[in-house]
Design a protein around this ligand. Structure first.
Ligand SMILES: C[S@@+](CC[C@H](N)C(=O)[O-])C[C@H]1O[C@@H](n2cnc3c(N)ncnc32)[C@H](O)[C@@H]1O
Ligand SMILES: Nc1nc2[nH]cc(C(=O)O)c2c(=O)[nH]1
Ligand code: SF4
Ligand SMILES: [Mg+2]
Length: 214
């Protein structure tokens, strides 16, 4: 396997999503994605980027002196050498998470990596590309995330959580699409339905707005 990855950006910020929200984190954003979610805030990573060796990537990550790393994209699992990056990072003692859109199998990810699995909703336009067996392999070490466009998406996700008892498998996050679904609406629906999920707004966009590199 070639020890190279196509990379859009590597930057140091605060984790804006998941249970690690607020933690200083190094982000590695891989280029390319087979999906086209209507709301994607990272479409600038669909093309371009620069091919870099895993040695080079590791060196850039180490330079931030930060032990928490989030591998994202694009779709990180669409580039097979990402598994070598996971191994190298975990072997060096980094706390690693990966953000995945769920179109690729996640069972081959290094078990030391926390898998943040999106379940694409009808409103994303990409539900048909989900690899559904992924839902059966998540553990408490992972997280399941629904990014919601509107009330119809909310009801679909709520029913999925209840029917599949998803909250008994892993922590479940409900996140509103930025500037599309009002966070307060989502909050009130979750409270009214007594749903055992965590509502989350993207912290980095509250702090810095929507732009690359934060
Ligand atoms: C940009 S994606 C990259 C990783 C992977 N392709 C995926 O979809 O999980 C990272 C996360 O950002 C979320 N996201 C993308 N655009 C968003 C938006 N406009 N508002 C809220 N979350 C968004 C995705 O659903 C996903 O959970
Ligand atoms: N600060 C910050 N936190 C993030 N968590 C997940 C991100 C992503 O784009 O996957 C992201 C991001 O782009 N920025
Ligand atoms: S899967 Fe992730 S990167 Fe790909 S289009 Fe959807 S949100 Fe964007
Ligand atoms: Mg992002």
């Amino acid at each position: 396997m070639r020890e190279e990855l196509r990379i859009t950006e590597i930057f140091h910020s605060l984790q804006g999503e998941t249970s690690r929200m607020g933690l200083p984190t190094v982000f590695v954003r891989l280029t390319g994605c087979p999906m086209r979610c209507g709301y994607c805030d990272s479409a600038y990573a669909f093309t371009g980027g620069k091919t870099q060796t895993i040695d080079d990537i590791m060196q850039q990550i180490r330079a931030f002196s930060c032990k928490t790393v989030c591998v994202t994209g694009g779709e990180p699992l669409a580039q097979k050498p990402v598994h070598l990056l996971f191994k190298r990072l975990c072997d060096e003692g980094f706390d690693v998470s990966v953000e995945t859109g769920g179109g690729q199998p996640i069972d081959c990810v290094d078990p030391r990596v926390s898998r943040i699995l999106d379940i694409k909703t009808p409103g994303s336009g990409e539900m048909h590309n989900m690899h559904w067996p992924n839902v059966d392999v998540v553990t408490e070490h992972d997280e399941i995330k629904f990014v919601l466009v509107d009330r119809a998406d909310y009801e679909w996700a709520r029913d999925k959580v209840r029917q599949e008892k998803l909250n008994e498998r892993a922590p479940v996050i409900f996140s509103p699409v930025w500037e599309t679904l009002k966070p307060v609406d989502l909050a009130e629906w979750v409270i009214a339905d007594q749903l055992p999920v965590r509502v989350q707004v993207q912290l980095h966009k509250i702090l810095w707005g929507e732009k690359p590199g934060v």
